[in-house]
Design a protein around this ligand. Structure first.
Ligand code: PGA
Length: 260
């Protein structure tokens, strides 16, 4: 793994601006008070669109905490009511964008093809995608977990070349583990990460080693250490636990083990 481990907080559709700035400020201060932690882990928070300005202001000039969005459209401007473009996200101070989250695949019917367009657009603008892939419970029970996750990855990365590999992160997020309190076992996660790494090598060649493959789905301070202990796991995408500064910081600290 070329880069530092990545721990990203997906705040989903939570918090109002006052709460969001307070949480961002608290995280910033906690990280600044622990330079060894902040230096060892790349930490990102992904608030809802309406909160980006307030959180961006709380993080301005910060070297310890980066801003990300939860989605982006694939065109720069125009008649796309309700959408937000990569240039708008950059303008708001974002460096990262979560793409293909299973909640968007499910509720907004996002296809791999659409996610691929979004990912290409993000990369074109220098916004770093955190691409989510993962199987449902039915797919896992039918023995199709590997095929589903690998196919999503392949289709969403169509047309991306090895030169962009270091800009891309992949989150393995089994749908059955998200928000359920039922995380994948570290062994299951490690096996799926190894599979995804193989898929990345087929696409990117040796540059695939630059891609961080993080785990998401009911990550908590209690289980984070077990995931981070696996060499296949390069960090975490955290939902519920990222809404508490204390819990999120504990997960960030757990990721320090990746740097010895
Ligand atoms: P969770 O969400 O940590 O609340 O399970 C993870 C995610 O959806 O990214």
């Amino acid at each position: 793994m070329a880069e530092r481990p990545l721990v990203a907080g997906n705040w989903k559709m939570n918090l109002l601006s006052g709460e969001a700035s307070a949480l961002a400020g608290e995280l910033r201060r906690a990280l600044e008070a622990e330079p060894e932690t902040a230096g060892a882990v790349e930490v990102v928070v992904c608030p809802a669109f309406t909160l980006l300005a307030a959180v961006g202001a709380a993080l301005r000039g910060s070297a310890v905490l980066a801003l990300g969005a939860q989605d982006a459209w694939h065109q720069d401007r125009g008649a796309f009511t309700g959408e937000v473009s990569p240039p708008m996200l950059l303008d708001a101070g974002c460096r990262y964008v979560v793409l293909g989250h299973s909640e968007r695949r499910r509720h907004q019917g996002e296809s791999d093809g659409l996610i691929n367009l979004k990912l290409l657009a993000a990369l074109r603008h220098g916004l770093r995608p955190i691409l989510c892939v993962g199987e449902t419970l039915e797919e896992r029970e039918a023995g199709r977990a590997e095929e589903v996750a690998a196919t999503q990855l392949r289709r969403c990365l169509e047309g991306v070349d090895g030169g962009a590999a270091d800009q891309v992160a992949v989150a393995y997020e089994p749908v059955w583990a998200i928000g359920t309190g039922r995380a994948a076992s570290p062994e299951t996660a490690a096996a799926m990460h190894a599979l995804l790494r193989g898929e990345l090598r087929r696409r990117f060649g040796p540059a695939a080693d630059q891609v961080r493959v993080v785990y998401g789905g009911s990550v908590t301070p209690d289980n984070a250490g077990q995931f981070m202990a696996r060499p296949e796991v390069d960090g975490a995408l955290v939902g519920g636990a990222s809404l508490s500064a204390g819990a999120f910081m504990a997960i960030v600290r757990a990721a320090r083990v990746k740097r010895g």
